[in-house]
Design a protein around this ligand. Structure first.
Ligand code: NAP
Length: 319
């Protein structure tokens, strides 16, 4: 049985085989005051080596490993049942998958897989853990959303929809949970350099885009992909940054509901709420992609200038 022990907070994290989940697990497990017992979970324990190595001597002490596939009712139930008294103080829903490309060339099954992980996987975890938190009138649920949970992004249609769905679910749940003293926080990173990006680019290279017309494929490959690489280069954060932001949210006495991690995205979100008709966002993104695409570097610099201090204060900083 995984056990919290002492005054340590028990933190269960999904999707710890790589990227952000791995870094959150290691940061918390190696906390200098040993305030956390981390239950790091992954769907395939054969992928544990990177985590075990990064955890060092925390492995087996403040960090325990368990198998958990967020897409399986049985796996989720078994995992939570194996935690001592099913007691979880902080649940970090990090597991997620991406999907990129023209909608015409993506099968319905592929789209459902994204929702099964990013939306239903998170809901499945919350349903399993929340009742005990409500009973105890204590607990904190964290959801790794994305800036794409707040703003649609071209050719990321289905991934964005899955993150919007979880944002809507959590925004509704947060009100009820407040009554039970259970906190709910969303983390909304922009681009982060992890295997997520690599996996998606590999998929893109392999895809042949059946069903999509030549113009759409050209816009995707020759306009969107180079811009996206530019954006990752200019604005990308490290998984360690997101781990530090998440730790701050966990340790805050009054955590915010929404936590953007990248202040360069605050103008984009502000623009969305500045025009409730949606026209401003749609036309700005259209112009950025199709009219000023070649000026993407300059656009990035302008975006950096736009992020004045007052906007920066609205994000959570890793430092
Ligand atoms: P990553 O390195 O690909 O990590 C994703 C993790 O989710 C992996 O450990 C993966 O396990 C796991 N996972 C996928 N399906 C699962 C399932 N059914 N059950 C359990 N675990 C599963 O990517 P990342 O960047 O760290 O992503 C973590 C989260 O951050 C995701 O929710 C993502 O949407 C979000 N995010 C990422 C970015 C970015 O630019 N990277 C930006 C904003 C938000 P396997 O190794 O078994 O596949």
């Amino acid at each position: 049985m995984a056990s919290g022990g002492g005054e340590q907070k028990v933190v269960l994290i999904t999707g710890c085989s790589s990227g952000i989940g791995l870094r959150i697990a290691v940061l918390l497990a190696r906390d200098e005051h040993k305030r956390y017992h981390v239950i790091a979970t992954m769907r395939n324990l054969k992928k544990k080596d990177q985590l075990v190595e990064a955890a060092g001597d925390a492995y087996g002490k403040t960090l325990t490993l368990l198998a958990l596939d967020v897409c399986s009712d049985d796996s989720v139930r078994q995992c939570i049942d194996s935690v001592k008294d099913r007691h979880i103080d902080v649940l970090v829903n990090n597991a997620g998958v991406g999907l990129l490309g023209p909608v015409e060339s993506i099968s319905m099954d592929e789209m459902k897989k994204v929702f099964e992980t990013n939306f239903f996987g998170t809901v499945r975890m919350i349903k399993e853990v929340m009742p005990d938190m409500k009973k105890r009138r204590d607990g904190h649920i964290i959801v790794m959303s994305s800036v794409m949970g707040l703003q649609g992004v071209v050719f990321n249609d289905v991934y964005t929809a899955s993150k919007f769905a979880i944002e809507g679910f959590c925004e509704s749940m947060a009100v009820q949970l407040l009554k039970f003293n259970v906190k709910l926080s969303m983390i909304e990173p922009g681009p982060v350099h992890t295997e997520f990006e690599t996996k998606m680019m590999e998929e893109v290279a392999k895809m042949e885009y059946p069903g999509a017309d030549a113009d759409t494929v050209r816009y995707f490959k020759d306009v969107y992909i180079p811009s996206s690489i530019d954006i990752f280069e200019a604005l990308g954060q490290r998984p360690d940054d997101i781990a530090k932001c998440t730790k701050k949210v966990i340790e805050s006495s009054r955590p915010r509901f929404r936590n953007l991690t990248n202040n360069l995205y605050t103008p984009i979100v502000a623009m969305k709420y500045a025009d409730e008709t949606g026209g401003l966002s749609v036309h700005t993104f259209y112009n950025l992609l199709f009219n000023f695409g070649s000026l993407m570097h300059i656009t990035m610099s302008i975006l950096k200038c736009l992020t004045c201090n007052c906007l920066r204060r609205r994000t959570i900083s890793p430092d």
